[in-house]
Design a protein around this ligand. Structure first.
Ligand code: NAD
Length: 433
């Protein structure tokens, strides 16, 4: 199949490279000329484990190429995927669909022959209808069908997730389009990944329902952690105790500083906007969004409390900045609110992150970036683990106790054992224990 990917970011690039690896001919388009130039030179603009090699292999095999020219890439395609960003719209929290609609118009002008236009971006219910209307209006002669195929990959494990997904969701109203989608995903039948076919609107909603449910699960255990702290319980034990129940399951039950990233915050908000527009309130999700918003600054205050209640003129070493390990993505990372809270309280912040510093510089001011966790901790009044990168899971506690001015460790990811830490004379503050 000839597949064209519009948008070569975290989703478009990974999906494009994986489709090429399945044997399809793939062109990845992006209007960011710098990104395309880098890709043509074998440089990957994002950090995603395994992606560089996957891209290199498929470029070499002649199945994957990159361009800024949308029209020729669309003209010959069997399927054109829209994988552009859908960030929160400034001011009201609705999904900003301007990139999706912009892409739809450009695609419409370039279509030749029957083409399946696949929306892979996360978009509110009814966006497929609007994309269809835009294409028909822009090019009344175009032969096409619009399909929803939401993406569920996780940054940091994106290739594995794309190649071995729990399921593939295809929302289509047109049998010919469904056939094309089955062909595109045929290699995954071998991996026995279920393909769930449904209406376009159901598929659009499935993506939001999934993310809202996961955000709820995280927020549930975070609030349970707060209760554990008050009553002298250990949330790790509670999470294990409930997670072994098959009806609940152990995943997404790790208490922490609140969810962040490029998806959960904006998608939960967009779902609430849809629910308001359709007069079907989602009260549980409303509570989740509000609890999680409060939590991020509360984590900053937790660090201040560990400093003895006063952060003025103190130095805090923040270990880990990205919203989770194995990505350079800083979008809506809890570290942003935590650092701002500390700065508001008068603290100086030093930070270490293996991959996130370049992105962090774009969103955070007055942070001193260090090249090792120990450099960040040297002479600091406190160390706080915000992202559980592997290399932060086995720090030299003896060395930490020596180089920190005050031996204080705040572990917002519960990666250390209190007893191990206290053995070296460090004070320990975790989440819900
Ligand atoms: P991204 O910002 O990394 O990439 C989007 C790319 O699209 C950018 O490179 C941008 O230059 C390009 N673009 C925008 N308009 C264009 C146009 N008209 N023509 C060509 N290129 C254009 O975004 P992302 O993280 O890949 O997310 C894309 C979509 O996938 C979003 O809707 C997101 O919610 C969804 N999603 C993301 C993830 C994730 O983990 N990042 C997972 C599942 C779903």
């Amino acid at each position: 199949m000839r597949v064209t990917m519009i948008g070569s970011g975290y989703v478009g690039l990974v999906s494009g490279a994986c489709f090429a690896d399945f044997g399809h001919d793939v062109i990845c388009v992006d209007k960011d000329a710098g990104k395309i130039e880098a890709l043509k030179n074998g440089k990957i603009p994002i950090y995603e484990p395994g992606l560089e090699q996957l891209v290199a292999n498929n470029v070499e095999a002649g199945r994957l190429s990159f361009t800024t020219e949308l029209a020729p890439a669309v003209a010959d395609a069997d399927a054109v995927f829209i994988a552009v960003g859908t960030p929160s719209r400034r001011g009201d929290g609705h999904a900003d669909l301007s990139y999706v609609y912009g892409a739809a118009e450009e695609i419409a002008r370039a279509i030749q022959g029957f083409t399946v236009v696949v929306d892979k971006s996360t978009v509110p219910v009814g966006t497929g209808d609007e994309v269809e209307r835009i294409i028909r209006q822009t090019n009344p002669d175009a032969a096409f069908a619009v399909v929803s195929n939401p993406e569920f990959l996780r940054e940091g494990a994106a290739i594995e997730d794309f190649k071995r997904p729990d399921r593939i969701v295809i929302g289509a109203e047109d049998e010919r389009a469904r056939q094309v989608m089955r062909q595109i995903y045929r290699p995954l039948y071998l991996n026995k990944s279920p393909i769930v076919e449904m209406s376009r609107r159901s598929a659009e909603l499935t993506k939001y329902a999934g993310n809202a449910f996961l955000a709820t699960k995280i927020t549930f255990i975070n609030e349970m952690a707060d209760l554990c702290e008050k009553v002298g319980g250990d949330v790790q034990d509670v999470a294990r105790g409930i997670g072994l129940d098959n009806r609940i399951g152990p995943k997404f039950l790790h208490a922490g500083p609140g969810y962040g990233g490029s998806c959960f915050p904006k998608d939960t908000l967009a779902l609430l906007k849809t629910s308001q527009d359709y007069d079907a309130p989602q009260r549980i999700v409303e509570a989740v969004v509000s609890v999680n918003d409060n939590r991020k600054r509360a984590m900053g205050r937790k660090i201040v409390a560990a400093l003895g209640g006063d952060a003025r003129d103190k130095t805090v070493a923040i270990l880990g900045l990205t919203f989770k390990p194995n990505t350079d993505d800083m979008r809506d990372s809890p570290s942003i609110s935590i650092i701002r809270t500390l700065q508001d309280a008068g603290a100086t912040v030093r930070a270490y992150d293996p991959e996130g510093v370049e992105q962090a510089r774009l969103v955070l001011d007055n942070v001193e970036y260090c090249s090792t966790p120990y450099e960040a901790m040297e002479g600091a009044d406190c160390a706080a683990i915000v992202t559980e990168w592997d290399e932060l899971r086995a720090l030299d506690l003896k060395r930490m106790a020596r180089i920190l001015k005050q031996p204080v460790l705040v572990d917002l990811r519960n990666v250390y054992d209190r007893a191990d830490v206290e053995m070296y004379g460090l004070s320990y503050s975790g989440i819900g224990r």
